[in-house]
Design a binder for this molecule. Structure first.
Ligand SMILES: [Zn+2]
Length: 302
């Protein structure tokens, strides 16, 4: 369709059009139905729902604007928000024939399937190759209010040979819940990846760690701005030839996603504490410039 998304208000199929925009008062039937937290638009993009009802949903667009859209497939009961890092012009690391944004999405989609197989409903912040600023990722998490948020990335850059995978899982430094989640996900991913037995690279403090910015708050915006327990995972290094070869295979990506899923399941179903906690080394405060909302152009939502 040619229409934009700014303020499209259509009548709902039932002809109800008298709403003033306020959320309708819940009747007995709607009380029994879980809140619609996200919509998958006709163009295949997931948007978080702020309010409204069929025919006039108020949603957050990928560029972190508020829009009204008429239709979409409702998504409810979301316990996990999966955030594939980067997208659109912000491709992330590019090396060994791999593009990070694409790789992150592949693993994120697989993670959603693996969680679904475990009976855990999850939804993606990004469903295709489009730009999604950091603010939107956090806004989605805050609007949906899931049990947890996991941002999927892959590492690159100089790294020394490492005893076992250099898996890093960053958590919100003031959140005991995020810390526990990070330790459980790290333990699961580390042991699964280790079974692939290639020469690994990694930072000497690789593990379940935090990273602070210059103000003493969490460096990563998706952790700093998100109000639910949140972690950011860097399972392996795209920049290392043996690890890049593994990341190029569906089998490895599936194993990686399954390991993340098992860590999440353990977090949700036990009181276990994780492992792999390290005291982080300073990593600097420089921002790569990605993730901002300036000059952001929303994709078609319908
Ligand atoms: Zn990244």
């Amino acid at each position: 369709m040619l229409c934009g998304v700014a303020a499209i208000v259509l009548r709902s199929p039932s002809g109800e059009s008298s709403s003033t925009g306020a959320t309708p008062r819940a009747g007995l039937s709607t009380l029994a139905t879980a809140r619609v937290q996200m919509l998958r638009t006709a163009s295949g993009i997931n948007v978080a729902v702020l309010g409204g009802s069929p025919g006039r949903w108020r949603v957050i667009t990928p560029c972190d604007r508020t829009a009204t859209i008429a239709t979409g497939t409702p998504i409810r009961d979301i316990r996990v928000i999966i955030d594939p890092g980067h997208g659109g012009a912000e491709v992330g690391a590019v090396t060994h024939g791999l593009e990070e944004a694409r790789l992150n999405l592949q693993v994120a989609v697989e993670l959603q399937h693996q969680l679904q197989a475990l009976g855990i409903t999850a939804a993606l912040t990004r469903t295709g190759d489009y730009r999604l600023p950091i603010a939107t990722r956090a806004a989605i998490a805050n609007a949906v209010a899931p049990a947890l948020f996991v941002s999927v990335h892959h590492n690159a850059g100089a790294a020394a040979p490492h005893q076992g995978p250099g898996t890093e899982v960053y958590y919100q430094h003031q959140s005991p819940a995020a810390k526990r989640l990070a330790g459980l996900v790290w333990a699961s991913v580390f042991s699964t990846l280790q079974s692939f037995g290639v020469p690994w690279v990694g930072a000497s403090d690789a593990g379940a760690i935090y990273r602070l910015g210059s103000t003493g708050n969490d460096f990563y915006g998706v952790l700093r701005l998100t109000h639910v327990p949140a972690v950011l995972i860097e399972p392996a290094y795209m920049s290392s030839t043996p690890e890049a070869s593994l990341l190029g295979t569906a089998a490895f990506r599936s194993a990686e996603a399954q390991a993340i899923a098992r860590g999440i399941q353990r977090y949700l179903t036990t009181h276990d504490t994780g492992t792999g906690y390290r005291t982080p080394l300073p990593r600097g405060f420089s921002d790569d410039g990605g993730g901002r909302t300036d000059k952001c152009r929303d994709p078609a939502l319908d």
